[in-house]
Write a protein that binds this ligand. Structure first.
Ligand SMILES: [Zn+2]
Length: 123
C-alpha cells in the first residue's frame, strides 16, 4: 500500500549561479510542501487505517518544524531548489523511515482569493 503524507514549512533561500537580474538570485522566501511517499508492506491482512497508524511520523514532523520551518535553506544543500531539497530530505530520513520510497518538494507559488460572490455559478 502506498501512502502520501504531506508537511508544510516556510523558508528562505538564494539560488546561486543565477544572473543578478533573476529574482531567485536574491534572498527570498517560499512556502514549501513536502510529500513523503511511503510503501507499507502488509504482511497480514491489516486494514489500511491500522497500517497507517503503525507508521509514526512524529519525529519527522518535529524535524520539519525545527530544522526547516523559518530556516535559510542554503545551509542544507549547495543549490537549494526543490529537487535538491527533496534529495537531502530523503537521504536524511531513509535510515529512520525505511518505508520511504520518494520525497517530493514543491514551492507554493500561487494563491487565490475568490470572494464567495465570485464562486462559479453565483455571479
Ligand atoms: Zn525561490
Amino acid at each position: 500500500m502506498k501512502l502520501i503524507e504531506e508537511f508544510y514549512f516556510s523558508a528562505t533561500h538564494v539560488v546561486p549561479r543565477l544572473p543578478r537580474w533573476h529574482p531567485c538570485a536574491h534572498m527570498h522566501g517560499h512556502e514549501y510542501v513536502v510529500h513523503l511517499e511511503l510503501l507499507i508492506i502488509r504482511e497480514q491482512r491489516v486494514p489500511s487505517r491500522a497500517a497507517r497508524g503503525c507508521l509514526d511520523l512524529t519525529r519527522f514532523e518535529q524535524w520539519v518544524d525545527k530544522a526547516l520551518n523559518h530556516s535559510h535553506l542554503n545551509g542544507m544543500t549547495e543549490v537549494p531548489i526543490p529537487v535538491n531539497i527533496a534529495e537531502a530530505i530523503y537521504k536524511r530520513w531513509i535510515g529512520e523511515i525505511p518505508e520511504l520510497t520518494a520525497v517530493k518538494v514543491h514551492e507554493v507559488t500561487a494563491v487565490e482569493y475568490r470572494p464567495d460572490s465570485r464562486r462559479e455559478g453565483r455571479l
